[in-house]
Ligand binder design. Structure first.
Ligand code: FCB
Length: 400
């Protein structure tokens, strides 16, 4: 049994575009309409209106934290036009979390941007960093009392998504949209590596946001990095290090000066002399085609602790796409054992937030279900799964 840090956070994570519905002014909404193979988010889980019910489910299960996001496209639907009503909406969400005894972990950017920002050149545009800084200045006042703020979710996956979105601007673009969390079959995984130039720009934007937040709030500030938990085949150690740099370490180095770093882990992959090995075809693979690897969380935490020099860690996402909730419980239980071992070995971990609270819109697809709670997409009725209560009981025990 591993003892946990006092005030350890136990909860679940979501992202605005995946659950709120009708994110009409965002770039992703626009792409949904024009990219072949993409399903639409539509009303999503209607959490824009039902957030209290969602938070109540977490609190009733015995969890003490909720990670959710603020949607830039709602706050600033046109450049410089700030919606006071939307600021008030997100402040109400923060206050609802406080009222229900949930520590909010608030994400300011989770893949989606206002459409105007994308049309102005997006993250590679000349004004990108200034635009993001201004948005963060706009939301800083509603963050009063919030202890944990994530400037940006998975800049490394965002760097891939930007590349894919650009490819789709070309009408001759072959193929169909693929969610970055979906792994294609084939001789080599077909996701491109994150674009280093975009990555450097995102580091700059993150650090600009952090400066604003440190000046204007009392929050601990960090960002979250998708971790691929690479493991080298004999002789492929250098390959692994090179791949780790573009996939993760560039972004983990961007955490220098932060107050914490978010670890997001789902699976693990081998690296051989030819690069990343595809996930082996196996009946145990998840609904997004990745290998069932609960040990990935331990690998991810150890790697992050090493590269960041021991920065406090929050597990901001960990979970499994499955239609079988007993598999979710088994996966999560095993992942927590690996987490417990990493903590016992000295990793400074402050919380575990499961992905995800709800079955939601998985970036172009509805089929992969990651939720602790099922959602009826017509009535929006929430149906908690046994895994929600299982996680609550684990939290109450206070040890791993
Ligand atoms: C992560 C994303 C999150 C969700 C999970 C499954 O890459 O941050 O929005 O898609 O994967």
């Amino acid at each position: 049994m591993t003892e946990l840090a006092p005030g350890f956070l136990w909860g679940a994570s979501t992202a605005p575009h995946q659950i709120e519905g009708n994110n009409l002014n965002s770039d992703f909404w626009a792409n949904e309409g024009r990219v072949p193979g993409m399903e639409r988010s539509g009303d999503a889980c209607d959490s824009y209106h039902r957030y209290r019910e969602d938070m109540q489910l977490l609190a009733d299960a015995g969890l003490n934290s909720y990670r959710f996001g603020i949607e830039w496209a709602r706050i600033e639907p046109l450049p410089g036009l700030v919606s006071r009503a939307e600021l008030a909406h997100y402040r109400r969400m923060i206050e609802t979390a406080f009222e229900l005894g949930l520590t909010p972990v608030v994400t300011l950017h989770h893949f989606t941007s206002p459409l105007w920002f994308a049309e102005e050149g997006g993250w590679l545009g000349d004004r990108a960093v200034d635009r993001f800084r201004t948005y963060v200045e706009t939301v800083a006042p509603i963050l009063e009392g919030v202890e944990w703020v994530v400037t940006m979710n998975e800049p490394n996956m965002l760097a891939i998504m930007i590349g894919m979105a650009r490819a789709f601007q070309n009408p001759q673009a072959a193929g169909e949209w693929q969610s970055p969390t979906l792994d294609n079959e084939g001789p080599r995984p077909q996701l491109p590596a994150p674009d280093v130039v975009i990555g450097q720009r995102l580091v700059e934007a993150h650090q600009a946001a952090r400066t604003v937040l440190h000046e204007r709030t009392d929050a601990k500030v960090g960002w979250t990095v998708a971790n691929r938990a690479f493991v080298a085949r004999p002789g492929a150690e250098n390959n692994k290090r090179d791949l780790e740099y573009v996939w993760e370490d560039l972004y983990l180095a961007g955490s220098r000066g932060d107050d914490f770093v978010g670890v997001q882990s789902y699976s693990s992959q081998w690296v051989d002399l030819d690069g990343i090995e595809p996930h082996p075809q196996h009946p145990d693979n998840t609904l997004v085609g990745t290998a069932y690897r609960p040990d990935a969380l331990g690998i991810a935490v150890r790697h992050t602790a090493e590269v960041t020099g021991g920065l406090p860690i929050l597990i901001t996402e960990n979970g499994i796409a499955t239609g079988d909730d007993t598999r979710r419980i088994a996966y999560t239980g095993e992942a927590l054992e690996h987490l417990g071992k990493a903590i016992a070995d000295g990793a400074d971990v402050r919380g575990y937030l499961h992905w995800s609270l709800l079955d939601n819109y998985e970036w172009g697809h509805w089929a992969p279900t990651f939720g602790l709670v099922e959602v009826d997409r017509e009535t929006f009725e929430r149906r908690p799964k046994p895994s929600l209560y299982w996680l609550g009981e684990t939290a109450r025990r206070g040890r791993i």
